[in-house]
Design a protein around this ligand. Structure first.
Ligand SMILES: [Zn+2]
Length: 439
């Protein structure tokens, strides 16, 4: 990217009249901290920024970066790093460390994180911006679904989840740089490459960074194609329980009595662990996947079943795990062996007084540009990295600052809504101005 000063100079002919007009009105807005740069000037800048953002999206979508594709992740991390450097950030590429939390689907090589710190501001508020550059799609799928724009939609794999988040951050920073705004303490950006596999490498770093900032904005998609824009203050905690049974193989026809039927034992275990949900407190345990046996005429020597676990209270992870460990002691076939692995894949994110207050500020800022922002404070089953950011801080953490779109994790027609881009850029720019001015 060219230095932003020259880009801003190119924008000036279009922007200058509205900028001057807006500057003359600045005193009228002076009581709100977000009026550091007037709204009409920001709107003009955002409209100019949109084509550049779409180019960025194309560039990011055209790099396949599935969570297990370390080569692809290295390529996209290099692009994101360079862009953040060009914007003036001190950029570090962070490799997965010894604190990696390994889960059943954690790949051998987990992707890196891009950390950028923007200093040299004169304000006080420190803000952390997070998004992820990995996708759920394995290499090779891009060819069937290349980047394309049709009407009000830009299509591409991973474009909504979450390449738009990365692009939104890059272009909000470009807009702010173009205005010369300095009224912030520090802006930190973390782009991780392992969100879709529950952030085995980045979870601790995100929690640590969350604790070092006065506010955290997370850039997963901000609502569906038809609107409204949605801000999330709460997300579900997600866990996975896996029961493994070891039995003994034997000929199913000639010597069944010499076998220990792992499928019988697993069935017993699943049935006696089918009542652990409590919807009143948002606790859900559902057995969803099972596997057993080798061939029809062999008593199955092994069997395995997994449950999807959702919680609204982090202590429910402990409760569920303890209850399962107790119950597996009760076996149908004493000669079988039953073991449990229990993964805490994501903690829940709760609405707090601080996040409600930030939600209210964002709603007000959105309303000033005619945007209806809906704040959701109860989880709807999904989980995100925002919860890791909130795990060790009382600072506000909000999710959904990305643009609106549809089709995440589907193999067709993932898209972002074009008319959502400029308003979101403006909203985030104004949020940063408000947050930067005060801790
Ligand atoms: Zn995502």
């Amino acid at each position: 990217m060219k230095p932003l000063t020259s880009r801003f100079a190119r924008l000036l002919p279009g922007v200058l009249p509205s900028l001057l007009l807006a500057l003359s009105a600045i005193s009228a807005h002076a009581q709100t901290p977000a009026a550091a740069v007037p709204l009409p000037a920001l709107q003009a800048l955002a409209a100019q920024e949109q084509p550049a953002l779409l180019k960025t999206l194309q560039q990011l979508v055209e790099i396949e970066s599935g969570s297990s594709d370390r080569q692809g992740l290295d390529r996209i991390a290099a692009v994101v790093s360079q862009r953040l450097k060009d914007l003036g950030g001190e950029v570090t590429l962070l490799e997965p460390g010894a604190d990696l939390y390994r889960m059943f689907d954690t790949p051998e090589k987990v992707g890196p994180m891009v950390l950028a710190r923007f200093k040299g501001c004169q304000g006080r508020g420190k803000v952390l911006l997070i998004a992820h550059m990995d996708t759920v799609y394995p290499r090779g799928m891009l060819a069937q679904q290349p980047f394309r724009i049709e009407g009000q939609r830009a299509y591409g794999l991973g474009i909504a989840d979450d390449k738009q988040g990365v692009a939104t951050i890059l272009h909000v920073l470009a807009m702010l740089k173009a205005t010369g705004w300095k009224d912030c303490g520090e802006i930190t950006v973390l782009i991780n490459g392992d969100e879709e596999i529950s952030s085995p490498a980045s979870r601790h770093r995100i929690t640590q960074l969350g604790g070092e900032h006065d506010a955290v904005l997370s850039f997963e998609g901000g609502g569906g194609p038809e609107g409204p824009d949605i801000l999330r203050l709460a997300t579900s905690g997600i866990g996975a329980a896996t029961l493994s049974v070891k039995g003994r193989a034997s000929h199913a026809g000639a010597a069944p009595e010499r076998g220990v039927n792992a499928l019988y034992e697993l069935s017993h275990q699943v049935l006696q662990a089918r009542d652990l949900s409590d919807p009143k407190v948002g606790r859900q345990v559902h057995w969803t996947v099972s596997r057993s046996g080798v061939v029809r005429n062999m008593i199955p020597p092994t069997a395995e079943a997994s449950a999807d676990v959702r919680v609204e209270r982090v202590e429910d992870f402990d409760l569920i795990e303890a209850e399962l460990r107790k119950r597996i002691q009760n076996r149908l076939l004493p000669e079988s062996e039953v073991s449990l692995s229990f993964e805490r894949r994501r903690p829940p994110l709760h609405a707090t007084p601080a996040s409600r207050a930030l939600g209210a500020t964002l709603t007000t800022l959105a309303a000033e540009q005619g945007l209806a922002l809906v704040v959701r404070d109860v989880p709807t089953g999904g989980g995100t990295d925002a919860a890791f950011a909130a795990a060790a801080t009382r600072a506000p953490v909000v999710e959904g600052l990305g643009v609106r779109g549809f089709g995440a994790h589907s193999n067709q027609a993932e898209f972002v809504q074009l008319d959502s881009i400029a308003p979101k850029l403006v909203l985030v720019a104004r949020a940063l101005m408000a947050l930067g001015a005060k801790p």
